[in-house]
Design a protein around this ligand. Structure first.
Ligand SMILES: [Mg+2]
Length: 109
């Protein structure tokens, strides 16, 4: 499955009654909510003595992906385009790979 195939398949489960503005709002809220669920799993592992629930964390990453797809869809952009733009940005920022100096001295785009 390609990332764009994922986006199409995931969006077959989007509530068709939502208008574009609601899709955008739902997407960014969902990104925050599902990221919080992922953080909570790691928090319990690091601070509360739980075993790292790897399988649960993987499922939450999938939920984050769903909301990423929703937000991209609201913007009429494919996930491939989102990810390609991110890689291009990173190539410019770290042409030789990550360097602390380039991270510390980085100007916001
Ligand atoms: Mg979840």
């Amino acid at each position: 499955m390609t990332i764009n195939e994922y986006q199409k398949l995931a969006m077959t489960t989007l509530n068709p009654k939502l208008d574009k503005k609601d899709v955008l709002i739902n997407g960014v809220m969902g990104l925050c909510g599902e990221s919080g669920e992922a953080i909570d799993i790691v928090k319990k592992h690091l601070a509360q003595g739980h075993e790292l629930d790897r399988e649960h964390l993987i499922k939450e990453l999938g939920d984050v992906a769903w909301y990423l797809a929703e937000t991209a869809t609201a913007l009429d952009v494919t996930l491939e385009e989102v990810l390609s733009q991110n890689i291009e940005k990173l190539k410019k920022r770290y042409p030789q790979g990550f360097e602390v100096e380039k991270s510390v001295g980085r100007q916001e785009e």
